[in-house]
Structure formats: C-alpha cells, structure tokens
Design a protein around this ligand. Structure first.
Ligand SMILES: CC(C)(COP(=O)(O)OP(=O)(O)OC[C@H]1O[C@@H](n2cnc3c(N)ncnc32)[C@H](O)[C@@H]1OP(=O)(O)O)[C@@H](O)C(=O)NCCC(=O)NCCS
Length: 145
C-alpha cells in the first residue's frame, strides 16, 4: 500500500482509527488538525484498495536541534500483520531524516508488541518512566540515530 502525506480530508478517518487503536487514551480530533499545520510532512497515511484508511503515522519536530519524535503509529486491525506498520514507520523516519530531524525518539508501553518493530528499525532503549502518562502508565523512551 502506498504511503502519502495526509490532507485535511483524511483527518476524520485518522481520528477514527486513532480511537479504535487507543480507545480512551487517544489524541483528540482537533489535535490532528493542529498537527497537520505544524508538521504536514510528518502526518502520513496509507489506504486500502477501496480508499479506506488502513494506517497512519505521525511525527513531530523536537525542541533540540535535529530532534524528532514519532508521536503515533496505528494500523487498522483488519490490515495488521502485512508489513504496513513497518512501511509507515520507515516512511516517517525517512521524512524526519529529510526534514533534518535525524535523532528520533518515541515512547512505547513496555508490554506493547510494537517494541519489537522499533528495535528492528534501529531504536534502542534510552530510559523510561513508571508514570509517564500518569499513575500506572509506564513508557520506555527509545532513541535512534
Ligand atoms: C503496532 C502496529 C502499528 C503494527 O502494525 P502492523 O502493520 O501489524 O505491523 P507489521 O505487519 O508492519 O509488522 C512489523 C513487525 O512488527 C512485528 N509485530 C507487529 N505487531 C506485532 C504483534 N502484535 N505481535 C508480535 N509482533 C508484532 C511483526 O512481526 C513484524 O516483524 P517483522 O518485520 O520481523 O516481520 C499495529 O499492531 C497497531 O496499530 N497496534 C495498535 C496501536 C499501537 O499499539 N501502536 C504503537 C504505539 S507505540
């Protein structure tokens, strides 16, 4: 599935996918509108043959020079296990590289199987916080580059 940058017309579907993937822990809809203004090159989508959103990834520029973050990655349940998550992440990392964000970070729950995907693409554990997103919400911080 080809990966492309998102447009305003994708935002509703992106938020629906975000909600399906992360439930009550999802980003609010208006966040994606602002993310599109801030980081238009780092909001990527892929659609299936029927033009239905199959996955999306979001990155952002950090405050330190050359620092970028992977802020979200989600693939529709029916499209998982086919390499799309990896393709989206690779495209996002390439876009961040091209935008000068060559040191990339992300957070992941220690028990999320996505950890294996991140390690396979060169991320290494940098640290972690037991209550990163609040009590009982631990996250590992990974870095690449
Ligand atoms: C994480 C996610 C984006 C992966 O998408 P995907 O399209 O299924 O991933 P891929 O098919 O590209 O798999 C990439 C690699 O990760 C591994 N992987 C992905 N999900 C896995 C799972 N649930 N269990 C075990 N391994 C998994 C695959 O084995 C594959 O490894 P390989 O390249 O050696 O074959 C998807 O499972 C998802 O949307 N999860 C819910 C949201 C989420 O947790 N996002 C990450 C937040 S940090």
């Amino acid at each position: 599935m080809p990966v492309r940058t998102a447009t305003k017309g994708d935002l509703r579907a992106i938020h629906a996918l975000e909600r399906a993937a992360f439930g009550s822990h999802c980003y609010p809809d208006f966040f994606f509108r602002q993310a599109l203004d801030l980081w238009p090159a780092y909001l990527l989508v892929a659609e299936d043959d029927d033009d239905v959103l199959a996955g999306y990834g979001l990155g952002g520029a950090g405050t330190a020079p050359g620092e970028g973050w992977i802020l979200s990655l989600a693939v529709a349940e029916s499209c998982r296990g086919q390499g799309l998550g990896k393709a989206l992440l690779q495209a996002l990392l390439a876009a961040l590289d091209e935008g000068g964000c060559r040191r990339q970070r992300l957070t992941v729950a220690p028990d999320n199987p996505a950890l294996g995907l991140y390690l396979s693409l060169g991320f290494v554990e940098e640290g972690g916080e037991p209550d990163y997103f609040g009590p009982g919400e631990p996250r590992l911080v990974l870095v690449r580059g």
